[in-house]
Design a protein around this ligand. Sequence first.
Ligand SMILES: [Cu+2]
Length: 245
Amino acid sequence: MKLKLTALLAASVLMLSACSEDKPASNEAPVMDKPAETMPAEKMPEVKEAPKMEPKPEPMPEPKAEMKPEEKPDMQQELKNKAADIADKTSNMVDDAKKEVTAMVDKAKQEMPKSEAPAGTGKVHVVKMLNNGEDGIMVFEPGYIKIEKGDTVQFEATDAGHNAVSELTPDGNKWEVGYDGGKVTFNEEGAHLYYCVPHRSMGMWGVIQVGNAVNKDDFMAESKSEDGSLAMNSGRIMKYADQVK
Ligand SMILES: [Cu+2]
């Protein structure tokens, strides 16, 4: 190409020098421009071929995209296998846990009767919370009751507005029954002195003796003190307390 350019330039120089005296030289000048225009035109296709190379890498991603779907089934199978293994292991763990729980429940069932047996008879005794009873107004009925260890007292809210709260217990542990009534199970021997909160000063007190009155001295002292502070129904507490033997 360079040789052709140099040849053309040389030829043109000769033509210009030869026709310098003639006007037609101006007609040959455009001839020089034509080859100059054609030369870049020839180089352009070479540049156009470069962009052709760029589209080639574009089809390459397509086969890669095809490879991924091929890999996905393998991954899915691996995941399925792993999930199956985990499921098997989990099911085995669940089975083991169920066996352990079942064994624990069986042991508990066998031990429960043994622990409850020595506690007492398990009987349920009813104490009514009344506005009016055999012993007057605002009263527990029966006011004195003797039970055995393991027995339960069912406080019934026959009339509304009464509850039951312990004042003195053998072991010092307090117990309480709400205004809707409730159950209390007694597993320790001794005498309990309790009252109704709204009617404490009106003499709404009660006594529960569980087995032997191991705390009789303290119980009698507390009963006398509380009975002496009553505004109404004075002597009712001692009527119940004196039945504790
Ligand atoms: Cu009351």
